[in-house]
Design a protein around this ligand. Structure first.
Ligand code: MN
Length: 357
């Protein structure tokens, strides 16, 4: 007979106080195994808007999730805590997004005011750099406290500092042991987009050009179905990037190959330590109708859950993750986007705890 040595600090009968946290878990940051950093940021989003509301709507929708999970069981008992959503960061996002919008408008209207475009672009770029160092420092603090880490964006530029901090944390002789599993509709390997160096469309370009100790040893992309020729050539030129484009993956499925076989292929490309960067638009857009740049095709929630499960079974460890681009669109809120986002986040948290036991 096995003895359960873990003593849960609370269970289903615990009275939940009025200041319960994300997922209704009544534990403090100190008591929690995993800490989430919310980043309400969307300065460079080009098409849709509302990604800076992601942390808020996920937090709101998280309260409807049952804590017990058929796959990760009682992982939640170890505690999941989300830090307060920074008003300063959200305010800064609004301010600099207006400059970014102005640049996009000037360019769209073929403005010849090069000086103005350059000045505004520079402002946006330095604000993005500031955000990245803030995220880097906040991530370092959470890691130094011995916590598992997850980030809730924001647009997809928001986790750059976190990815750098986590790669740095796990390095041997200056080389990181971390591989990134990147789920997204877009490759996000543009060298700057619309002049913005830290654009949501450039995150993986920036990740793969970080200094060696802050750069993952491998980038594995899945769900990718929107990219330009320059990105395609960049991917092909790098032996440390493996992209599972959506159409060839779907062709394999349509021919009768199993998802198990495809998911195993994806996992076999990754090292033991994994950071998951999950852009919600990697899913079929019916699961994220308000996201900024939706694309037809994509993954189902079951396919992603299956992949996570297989990844855990393979003995790999999730050393950090982000979930980004969950959005409200033009509206103040979006229940469905928040609901799906909260459920994806819950799985990420659960598997992160389970694979680190
Ligand atoms: Mn993305």
């Amino acid at each position: 007979m096995s003895v359960n040595v873990r003593t849960p600090k609370f269970d289903a009968t615990t009275t939940i106080s009025s200041d319960y946290g994300i997922f209704g878990i009544p534990l403090s940051e100190q008591e929690s195994r995993l800490v989430l950093l919310p980043v309400p940021w969307e300065v460079t989003t080009s098409y849709g808007q509302g990604a800076s509301n992601g942390p808020r709507i996920i937090r709101e929708a998280s309260e409807q999730i049952d804590l017990f999970d058929i796959e990760t069981k009682t992982a939640y008992e170890e505690g999941i805590f989300m830090q307060p959503i920074s008003k300063e960061i959200h305010q800064m996002s609004k301010e600099f997004k207006s400059y970014a919008q102005e640049v996009i408008e000037l360019k769209t209207n073929m403005s010849t005011d090069e000086q103005k475009i350059a000045t505004l672009t520079e402002k946006v770029n330095s604000a993005s750099e500031k955000l990245t160092s803030w995220v880097y420092n906040e991530t370092k603090k959470i890691l130094a406290a011995g916590k598992l880490f997850g980030l809730v964006g924001g647009d997809h530029s928001s986790p750059l500092g976190a990815i750098r901090a986590i790669c740095e944390q796990h390095n041997v002789n200056g080389k990181s042991e971390v591989g990134i599993l990147h789920i997204d509709a877009h490759s996000d390997t543009r060298k700057a987009y619309q002049g913005f160096e830290q654009s949501h469309a450039s995150i993986m370009y920036n990740v793969m050009h970080s200094t060696e100790s802050q750069r993952p040893c491998k980038l594995v992309q899945l769900g990718i179905r929107d990219f330009c020729e320059e990105e395609y050539n960049f991917i092909q030129s790098r032996s440390d990037i493996k992209t599972f484009f959506d159409i060839p993956v779907k062709q394999r499925l349509l021919k009768g190959e199993t998802w198990e076989s495809i998911a195993s292929d994806v996992i076999s490309q990754l090292p033991q330590k994994i950071y998951i960067s999950f852009d919600i638009d990697g899913l079929d857009p019916r699961f994220c109708p308000s996201t900024g740049t939706p694309v037809i095709g994509g993954l189902s929630t079951e396919e992603v859950f299956y992949l996570f499960n297989l990844l855990a079974q393979s003995g790999r460890k999730i050393v950090g993750f982000d979930l980004n681009e969950v959005s409200t669109g033009d509206a103040e809120s979006s229940d469905w986007d928040g609901n799906v986002g909260a459920r994806m986040l819950y799985k990420l948290c659960g598997w992160s705890i389970v694979t680190n036991r």
